[in-house]
Design a protein around this ligand. Structure first.
Ligand code: NAI
Length: 256
């Protein structure tokens, strides 16, 4: 056995959602540098165009603008990927939104939107890509969850609920598809500095309090997620499925 290529994604075809910026962009770049062909999908067409230009230096990358909540757009994303590249080896369900609000006042339209974007779209994409992976007897699906799946997160009931659903979904699919060598895992970030968390990060008190909760005494950066994403996508994790990889600077181990 030779181990020098176990982190390589050469010849692999990946779809990364929410890849125009933030965590998704960093992980898409990591996949490209590891050798994969990457379809980057995002609702923000302008930003997606910029990111596409930037990432072209790193490998074969194709932009696909879509609202992930739109069922027919999701179907087109998968059919177009298959038309161009014949297979899908890696699906990274990263697109996500948040809408903080007290539970008693939580707007129903935002509850429904977060369900659509953070959970239903991921389930549907898992099914569309999973079908192809099952036929090929090979594939890796990575779902981006959150510490809020296990820790109480006030004023964000919809986010916690649907990230929790996503975490459970991965385990269910891992059990169903394991016999066919299709692996499904969760990558769970702690607080990462992105546009999503900018407001909190820009408040010095909140920034310091959250850094203090970690063992590494700092917030995460999108770059901090890349190694684990490549690991989960690559043969290096060939016997790992149904798991949560927590990248939180030690937040969840901070005890006594
Ligand atoms: P971000 O807001 O910077 O990036 C999210 C990307 O998803 C954006 O490019 C956005 O345009 C895209 N997107 C949003 N709605 C979409 C839709 N309907 N269709 C297609 N694309 C859409 O946020 P960030 O931080 O990079 O988040 C990425 C993922 O990481 C999300 O699932 C988020 O919940 C998760 N996460 C982030 C954490 C953090 O501290 N930043 C912590 C834990 C999880």
């Amino acid at each position: 056995m030779v181990y020098s290529h176990i982190f390589s994604l050469n010849q692999k075809v990946a779809i990364v959602t929410g890849a125009a910026r933030g965590n998704g962009k960093a992980m898409a770049k990591g996949f490209l540098e590891a050798g994969a062909t990457v379809v980057i999908a995002d609702i923000n067409e302008t930003q997606l165009g910029k990111t596409h230009k930037e990432l072209q230096e790193d490998g074969e990358v194709f932009p696909f603008p879509l609202d992930i909540a739109d069922e027919s757009a999701r179907e087109k994303l998968v059919t177009e990927t298959l038309r161009k590249f014949k297979k899908i080896d890696i699906l990274l369900n990263n697109a996500g939104i948040t809408f903080p609000s007290e539970a008693l006042k939580y707007p129903e339209e935002m509850w429904n939107r977060i369900y659509q974007v953070n959970l239903k779209s991921s389930f549907h994409l898992c099914r569309l890509a999973g079908k192809v992976m099952l036929e090929n007897r090979s594939g890796s699906i990575i779902n981006i969850t959150s510490l809020s799946t296990d820790l109480g997160f006030p004023n964000n009931s919809a986010y916690s609920t649907f990230k929790g659903g996503l975490k459970a979904l991965s385990k269910s699919l891992a059990a169903e598809w394991g016999p066919f060598n299709v692996r499904v895992n969760n990558l769970c970030p702690g607080y990462i500095v992105t546009d999503m968390t900018k407001k909190a990060y820009d408040d010095p008190k909140v920034q310091a309090a959250r850094a203090e909760k970690t063992l590494l005494k700092r917030w995460g950066r999108p770059d901090d997620l890349v190694g684990a994403a490549i690991f989960l996508a690559s043969p290096a994790s060939s016997y790992i499925t149904g798991q949560d990889i927590i990248i939180d600077g030690g937040w969840t181990s901070n005890g006594l």
